[in-house]
Design a protein around this ligand. Structure first.
Ligand SMILES: [Ca+2]
Ligand SMILES: [Ca+2]
Ligand SMILES: [Ca+2]
Length: 395
């Protein structure tokens, strides 16, 4: 009975063994096949496991490092970008680079004759010019003008496919002794293109006032980017304004003008001045001075009086324009200025001074502006009423 029982337990235990311990026996059979003692096998397995772990850790470390480096690189790149953005805001370095670019140099000579009051500008040669064409060359030619009369421009012949042209051409310009301090010789070197716009290679600017013109000057100078054509000098005009509210009289006295632009081939102009009034943006009244022949520094001292009520004076534009009288051709406008409540800067200041000091003539110099510019402002600006100064209201 007892025996029966024990067999029953052994049977059930072997049955249990069979179901759960199959893999162990499988490993056991493999282990048994290895001709090594068990402890050696376990030791080897431990070493192998350790090695595998070590390899995995190494791989992980490498990956992490690589990622970090990539991030660092990205950071550096971002830094570069940031730097570029800020520097471009502070100083456009691309433009600066372009400006610093070597454009070549030019040899010139300048000879002034105090007797004839004229300057001879010779464009001798250029060297190491910047290549503007795809073939690595340029087709250079030079233009010469003086800032006292930028309309008179002379130019050399075009020299094909060279970066070191020998021009050897001279040009004569009229420069009065009195004009020397504010006159510069401007030489531009261009690349000629048959089918497209000519490219400017560079410029040389030579202020006559900074030279000792008692000798012939011959020198080399590096070309600069240039391209900035200075605001053309049109001249200055002086006039006085006087407003008398009691009698509603506005008096404009055209006193004199100086350094007017030369509009005629003889190097002078025949200036006269038009004094115009516009009311509510419409032409209203106009008068003009006599013509002063062959001068760029005319003296007029001519007075013009207009009837303008206190109400009208707030809506009036005073337009002063200087013209060159021509016998054969149409008269040419040299420049103009406008004053009134819509004016700004000097024009507004002079007008306000006049209103603030009724019955007193107020004189002031004004720089002439290009006519088109003034006309544009006059047609665009809306009416703006200047408050009437107390002094004017009291009188
Ligand atoms: Ca060319
Ligand atoms: Ca003319
Ligand atoms: Ca004329």
């Amino acid at each position: 009975m007892v025996k029966k029982n024990t067999t029953a337990t052994t049977v059930s235990s072997t049955a249990f063994f069979r179901t759960t311990a199959v893999p162990i026996s499988w490993i056991e059979t493999i282990l048994n096949k290895i001709p090594l003692p068990r402890w050696a096998i376990y030791a080897l397995a431990g070493v192998a496991l350790f090695l595998i772990l070590l390899i995995i850790i190494c791989c992980c470390c490498c990956c992490c490092k690589r990622k970090k480096n990539q991030k660092k690189k990205e950071k550096i790149n971002l830094g570069n970008l940031k730097g570029k953005v800020t520097t471009s805001l502070v100083q456009p370095d691309i433009e600066k680079l372009a400006q610093n670019e070597y454009r070549g140099r030019l040899q010139y000579s300048i000879e002034y004759s105090y007797q004839k009051e004229e300057v001879t500008v010779a464009v001798k040669q250029a060297a190491a010019l910047k290549a503007m064409d795809s073939g690595g060359t340029s087709d250079p030619y030079a233009t010469v003008y003086l800032t006292n009369d930028s309309r008179r421009k002379s130019e050399t012949k075009v020299h094909r496919k060279t970066l070191s042209p020998v021009f050897n051409e001279a040009f004569i310009f009229k420069v009065l002794k009195t004009e020397i301090p504010d006159t510069a010789v401007v030489i531009h070197v261009y690349d000629f293109n048959r089918f497209s716009k000519h490219d400017m290679i560079g410029e040389v600017r030579l202020p006559l006032g900074e030279m000792d013109l008692h000798h012939i000057i011959e020198d080399w100078k590096e070309l600069t980017p240039g391209g900035k054509t200075e605001q053309e000098r049109l001249g200055e005009i002086c006039f006085s304004l006087r407003y008398v509210p009691g009698s509603s009289k506005l008096t404009v006295v055209i006193l004199e003008a100086k350094k007017l632009k030369k509009m005629d081939s003889d190097g002078f102009s025949d200036p006269y001045v038009k004094v115009g009034l516009a009311l509510n943006k419409k032409k209203w009244k106009r008068k003009k001075t006599s013509v002063k022949k062959n001068t760029i520094n005319p003296y007029f001292n001519e007075a013009f009086t207009f009837d303008v009520t206190l109400e009208q004076i707030q809506n009036v534009d005073l337009i002063i324009s200087v013209w060159d009288h021509d016998k054969v051709n149409k008269n040419e406008q040299i420049g103009k200025v406008f004053l009134g409540s819509r004016a700004s800067g000097n024009g507004l200041r002079h007008w306000s001074d006049m209103l603030a000091h009724p019955r007193r003539p107020m004189a002031q110099w004004h720089n002439l502006q290009p006519a088109e510019e003034v006309d544009k402002i006059l047609s665009l600006k809306s009416n703006f009423k200047l408050p009437i100064p107390e002094a004017l209201q009291r009188s």
